[in-house]
Design a protein around this ligand. Structure first.
Ligand SMILES: *Cc1c(COP(=O)(O)O)cnc(C)c1O
Ligand code: SF4
Length: 441
């Protein structure tokens, strides 16, 4: 089937992309409808948390009658509760006094306190090749290498909970980015175990197609036949579906996907979808149809987030809708231990309940989703359930992925803790001293 056939009826009159940052809050017309105090508080929070939103999200996704409680509003607007009162007051004072220096210093300090690089991202995952650390590449799990192209380290809009936030705030020491595809190619040549390359960000689809092609095409070289899947992690389906449909180089992007497929590889679009409403606009559906028509696959993933999707009905609706459109549900993540985590966090016990309640009322085709999963130092740790064994209530856990492949899929047990929200909060069940993957001493 030719890629164009499904979308012939589409009229290319999509709006042009416009983004607003914390400097342009006053220019967002819909915000004027919110209480003045709230607008001010949002302005303060937006000094600390990266803020960027596109006209598409403002005009098509957010339900302004329901703001600020609307989940799509919470998805992009930083809220005052994300900061503690002291930090908020400090930012307020500096801003009121128009004191740039104090403001910069305060913001930098507050950000450092927000655990910018959880789970060993800056040390344990960066590979060394020929005696050189390859910045912009991460290799934690044997089969899958992550690549962070320098030009893809931003997003069409920013999620208020994003764990990639240091990528956006312009602090170079916190940034993971590569501008050398040759590093990636050399590394892959030396690592025949790697079957998957995941191009990630930010959102690599903020890049022009030509730039993306300059990264992907070298991966199709004959010497890299062991690379079987090229994944692109993206939020463009929700935040700027025009990327696949009506941007100037959308067709070129579809041709690029087709070239990957023609090379005998899988092109997998790993779509970040947090809420079923992101998939409702006709243009998002058109985007899915066009992507599928190239032979590319779509998979979806999302963290479970208080205020946004902490409801089993939202997840089951989302998975069902994804299956109908041809998107394979892949991961449900536990919100990571970084940024405004306390604001979005859901306890592990509740996360498991939500997962299970959603999972049990969808058909088998949607039960491809795994989770709730914590991307922690040792690996992706999944909460498989809560059980009682010899009178002790426990979490049953397993690693879906692990730093050491031998750790994968071994059941292990932690003492049940109603309030735990991350792996660090858990202790081994049955009086054990440490989990099997923890080193002695
Ligand atoms: C999740 C993840 C991957 C991908 O793992 P798959 O199981 O292949 O989907 C790769 N690297 C890191 C660091 C990850 O967190
Ligand atoms: S799309 Fe992904 S990388 Fe971009 S802001 Fe959202 S969570 Fe972060």
């Amino acid at each position: 089937m030719k890629a164009g056939m499904l979308v012939d009826s589409f009229v290319r009159e999509a709006p042009r992309y416009r983004a607003y940052t914390h400097r342009h809050l006053d220019a967002i017309p819909q915000l004027a409808g919110l209480p003045r105090d709230l607008r001010h508080a949002i302005r303060l929070a937006a000094q600390v948390f990266p803020f960027r939103v596109s006209n598409y999200v403002l005009d098509e996704l957010i339900d302004w009658d329901a703001a600020p409680d609307d989940p799509l509003f919470r998805l992009v607007f930083p809220m005052p509760e994300m900061l503690d009162d002291g930090a908020l007051a400090e930012v307020d004072r500096a801003l009121t006094n128009d004191d740039r220096e104090t403001l910069h210093a305060a913001v930098a300090r507050i950000r450092r306190g927000l655990n910018p690089h959880p789970a060993g991202q800056l040390d344990a995952n960066i590979p060394v090749h020929d005696g050189r650390r390859l910045n912009g590449i991460q290799h934690k799990y044997r089969e899958t290498v992550l690549y962070f192209p320098a030009q893809g380290q931003t997003c069409h809009s920013y999620c208020s909970f994003c764990f990639r936030w240091p990528q956006f705030v312009g602090d170079r020491s916190l940034r993971i980015a590569s501008s050398r595809v040759s590093d990636l190619v050399d590394y892959l040549r030396a690592h025949p175990d790697v079957t998957d390359v995941l191009i990630t960000g930010g959102d690599p689809l903020v890049m022009q197609t030509a730039r993306l092609a300059s990264i992907i095409e070298p991966l199709l070289a004959p010497g890299l036949a062991h690379v079987r899947t090229i994944r692109i992690g993206t939020k463009a389906l929700g935040y700027w579906p025009q990327r696949f449909v009506s941007d100037e180089d959308s067709d070129a992007l579809m041709r690029l996907f087709e070239r990957v497929v023609a090379s005998g590889r899988q092109l997998a679009l790993m779509a970040h979808v947090n809420h079923p409403r992101e998939l409702e606009p006709e243009i998002a559906r058109q985007a899915v149809r066009r992507i599928r028509a190239t032979g590319a696959m779509l998979r979806s993933q999302s963290p479970l987030l208080h205020w946004i999707n902490d409801d089993a009905r939202v997840w089951s609706r989302m998975w069902r809708e994804q299956v109908r459109l041809g998107i394979v549900p892949y991961y449900m993540f536990v919100e990571r231990d970084t940024g405004a985590r306390h604001y979005f966090e859901v306890s592990l016990a509740r996360a498991w309940e939500i997962y299970r309640d959603a999972y049990k009322c969808v058909s088998g085709l949607a039960r491809t989703v795994r989770g709730p999963s914590m991307s922690a130092w040792p690996g992706k740790v999944e909460i498989q359930g809560v059980a009682e064994i010899h009178g002790e209530k426990v979490f049953v856990l397993r690693m879906i992925q692990a730093r050491n492949p031998d750790w994968v899929q071994r059941p292990f047990f932690a003492r049940f803790d109603e309030t735990a929200t991350w792996l660090d909060d858990l202790v081994p069940a049955f009086g054990g001293e440490r989990f099997f993957f923890q080193r002695v001493g």
